[in-house]
Design a protein around this ligand. Structure first.
Ligand code: FES
Length: 575
C-alpha cells in the first residue's frame, strides 16, 4: 500500500520550499486549504464535455457525481477539460484528432499534480484517445463510459443511430420516402444525451474497455439517462482513490490475457471495424504486440452473440442493458475468456461476472445460437492488400462472401461522388467500386468514406449492396460489403494506388484473400510510372499528422508516441 508521503502530488504540495509554497498559495486562491490536499490523493477527472459534443452533453453533470465519490473516499478531485472528440461535428474526420487527444491526455496528466484518474468519454475516438494517453502516463485510472442514448423512434418504429440514417437515406435517394418522413426520422433518431445506441464504434469501444477490465463491471452498458449512470459515476470516484493507495497501475490490468479478452468481447459484440485500429493502438501503448493476425484468429473462433444492430436484426443498446449487459455477454462467452485477470475494481474478471444473468437470450444469444457463426470482422490479405484489409461479413449481403468483378476506380471523394450520383453510369452489381487516397496519410486521418453510398445507377435497379473497397474507414453503424483499411494505403504507393478501372478484383472471405488479377510484372511497371499525390496540408497539424501517422495495420498511432520509441519520458522537474 502506498503511504501519503509517496503520493505523486506530494511532490507539488508537501515540501517546505519556495516552489511548493507557490503551489499551496495558488490552491488557497481557489478556496482550498491543507485539509483538501494533505495526505489525500489528487484525482484528475478528465472531462470531454463540450457544447458541441451531444454524446457527452451530460458529462459536466456526471463530473459532479465523480467528485462526490472522490470526496467520500478521502481524495481531492480536480476536473481537467480536454478535447471533446465530437464525432458528428468534427471535420474532416475525428480520427485526425484521436492521437492529438491521446497526446493531450498524457501530457495533461504528466504536467499536473495528479495521483489517479477518472476518464470520462464514450463518443467514438474518445475511448481510445483517453485510454492511450492514460496508459502511456501509467497512473491508476478508471474509464467512466458516457453510456448510450435511448432508442430512437419514428412512427412507432425503433431507429438505430447511423444504421437507420443510411437505410432511410438510400430509400430517400430511391424516391421511396417523402421529405416529411425523412424529417420525422431526423427528429426521432437522437432522443437523449449519450452515445449512438447501435453497436457502432462508441458502444463497441466502451464494451471493449469494460471487457479489458478498465471500467467498473458492466458500466459500459448503462444507458446515459439511467439514474444508475450517476451512481456508477460516483462509484468510479470512490474506487479510484483506493486504486491509488493500492498502486493498481494499468500495466497490472492491460496484459496479454486481458487484451485477448477485450478482442474476444469485441468480436462477440459484432464490433465496429474501427475497433480493429483502436484495439491495436491501445494494446501497443500498453506494450502488448497485438496484430491483425491475432484479431483474425480470435475472430474465427468467436461467434457474434450480441443481437444488436447493425450486425443484429432488431435490438439496440438499451435492450442490451435490460438483457443483462456486458457481464451477461461475458458469462455466455465462458471459457473463451481468461477469467483470472485483474480489473480496476481490484477483483478478477471471473469474480465480477460470477453472478451475471442473461435475462433475454434473444438479445444476448447463447454460443449455441449465435447471430453470426464467426466474429464480426475478417482480415483479408493478397496482392491488393499485403499488409491486410478488413471487412465486416456479419453486416453485409452474404452473397458477396466470394466475389469477382471489374473495378471502377475513383482517386478522390469528389470523383467518387460523380460516379455514385450518375443514374446512368454503366455498372452492374458485379462491379467493385474503389476509392483511394483516403488512408491514414492520404486522407489524412482515414475519413469514414469507406461505406461508399450505393450508386444511383444500382439503386434504380433495386440493388442495396455491392462490393466497395478503399483505404478509408467506415462508421461503426454502417453495413454493406465494404472492404476497408487496405494497407499499405494508396497515398504511399501501396498496390491500391496501381489498379485501374476494368481490372478484375477477387475477394474470398472464407479464405481471407483479396487480389487483383494483374501480373506482378505489370504491377511493377505501373509502380515505376506512379507518382505520389500532392499532400492535402502544407502547414499546421495536418503536416505533423501525415508525417508521423503509422499505417492502419499498426493502429494509426504516431510513431513517436509508441511505447518503444526511445527512453521513457521522465517525470517533470519541480523546482
Ligand atoms: Fe458520438 Fe456516435 S456520434 S457516439
Amino acid at each position: 500500500m502506498k503511504k501519503p508521503q509517496d503520493l505523486r502530488s506530494a511532490r507539488w504540495f508537501a515540501p517546505d520550499d519556495l516552489r511548493s509554497m507557490g503551489h499551496r498559495s495558488r490552491a488557497m486562491q481557489m478556496g482550498l486549504d491543507g485539509a483538501d490536499w494533505e495526505g489525500k490523493p489528487v484525482i484528475a477527472i478528465i472531462n470531454t464535455w463540450s457544447d458541441l459534443s451531444p454524446c457527452h452533453h451530460h458529462l459536466r453533470d456526471r463530473a459532479e457525481f465523480v467528485k462526490k465519490g472522490v470526496y467520500q473516499a478521502g481524495g481531492m478531485p480536480v476536473e481537467l477539460p480536454v478535447h471533446a472528440f465530437s464525432e458528428q461535428f468534427l471535420k474532416p474526420t475525428s480520427m485526425l484528432y484521436r492521437n492529438m487527444g491521446a497526446f493531450e491526455v498524457e501530457e495533461t496528466l504528466r504536467s499536473h499534480p495528479v495521483d489517479g484518474v477518472v476518464l470520462m468519454g464514450g463518443c467514438d475516438k474518445s475511448t481510445p484517445a483517453l485510454v492511450m494517453g492514460a496508459v502511456s502516463m501509467g497512473l491508476p485510472f478508471i474509464y467512466m463510459p458516457a453510456g448510450a442514448m435511448l432508442r430512437g423512434n419514428y412512427a412507432g418504429q425503433k431507429l438505430g443511430s447511423g444504421t437507420d440514417v443510411w437505410k432511410y437515406w438510400d430509400e430517400r435517394r430511391a424516391g421511396k420516402i417523402t421529405k416529411d418522413q425523412w424529417d420525422g426520422v431526423q427528429g426521432g433518431i437522437a432522443r437523449s444525451y449519450g452515445t449512438c445506441m447501435t453497436m457502432g464504434t462508441a458502444s463497441t469501444m466502451m464494451s471493449i474497455a469494460d471487457g479489458w477490465g478498465l471500467t467498473l463491471p458492466g458500466a459500459s452498458s448503462i444507458p446515459a439517462p439511467d439514474a444508475g449512470h450517476k451512481r456508477m459515476a460516483a462509484a468510479c470516484g470512490r474506487r479510484v482513490v483506493d486504486m491509488v493507495w493500492e498502486d493498481l497501475t494499468p500495466d497490472k490490468i492491460m496484459t496479454w490475457e486481458s487484451t485477448r479478452n477485450a478482442v474476444t468481447v469485441a468480436m462477440a459484440t459484432g464490433c465496429s471495424t474501427n475497433a480493429i485500429i483502436h484495439l491495436i493502438a491501445m494494446a501497443r501503448r500498453a506494450g502488448v504486440p497485438l496484430t491483425l493476425d491475432h484479431l483474425d484468429e480470435i475472430g474465427r473462433t468467436t461467434p457474434v452473440i450480441a443481437n444488436i444492430r447493425p450486425s443484429g436484426s432488431d435490438y439496440l443498446m438499451e435492450d442490451f442493458f435490460y438483457a443483462g449487459g456486458l457481464p451477461a455477454l461475458m458469462k455466455e462467452l465462458g471459457d473463451k475468456l481468461d477469467l483470472g485477470v485483474m480489473t480496476v475494481n481490484g477483483q478478477s474478471m471471473g469474480e465480477n461476472i460470477a453472478d451475471a444473468e442473461n435475462f433475454n437470450d434473444d438479445v444476448i444469444r447463447p454460443l449455441s445460437n449465435p447471430v453470426y457463426h464467426e466474429g464480426s470482422l475478417a482480415v483479408l490479405r493478397g496482392n491488393l492488400a499485403p499488409d491486410g484489409a478488413v471487412i465486416k461479413p456479419a453486416a453485409m449481403d452474404p452473397k458477396f462472401q466470394k466475389h469477382r468483378g471489374p473495378a471502377i476506380v475513383a482517386d478522390s471523394y469528389a470523383e467518387l461522388k460523380e460516379i455514385i450520383n450518375d443514374e446512368d453510369y454503366p455498372m452492374t452489381p458485379d462491379h467493385v467500386l474503389v476509392l483511394r487516397n483516403a488512408g491514414p496519410q492520404g486522407g489524412p486521418g482515414m475519413p469514414e468514406w469507406g461505406m461508399i453510398p450505393m450508386p444511383k445507377a444500382l439503386l434504380k435497379q433495386g440493388h442495396r449492396d455491392m462490393v466497395r473497397l478503399s483505404d478509408a474507414r467506415m462508421s461503426g453503424t454502417s453495413y454493406g460489403a465494404c472492404v476497408l483499411h487496405v494497407a499499405p494505403e494508396a497515398f504511399v504507393g501501396g498496390p491500391l494506388a496501381l489498379i485501374r478501372t476494368g481490372d478484375i478484383i477477387e475477394m474470398d472471405i472464407p479464405n481471407r484473400s483479396l487480389n487483383v488479377d494483374v501480373s506482378d510484372a505489370d504491377m511493377a511497371a505501373r509502380k515505376a510510372e506512379w507518382t505520389a499525390p500532392k499532400p492535402r496540408y502544407e502547414r499546421g497539424y495536418g503536416v505533423m499528422f501525415s508525417k508521423h501517422v503509422e499505417q492502419a495495420d499498426k493502429g494509426c498511432d504516431f510513431d513517436f508516441l509508441r511505447t518503444d520509441y526511445g527512453a521513457p519520458v521522465p517525470e517533470p522537474e519541480i523546482n
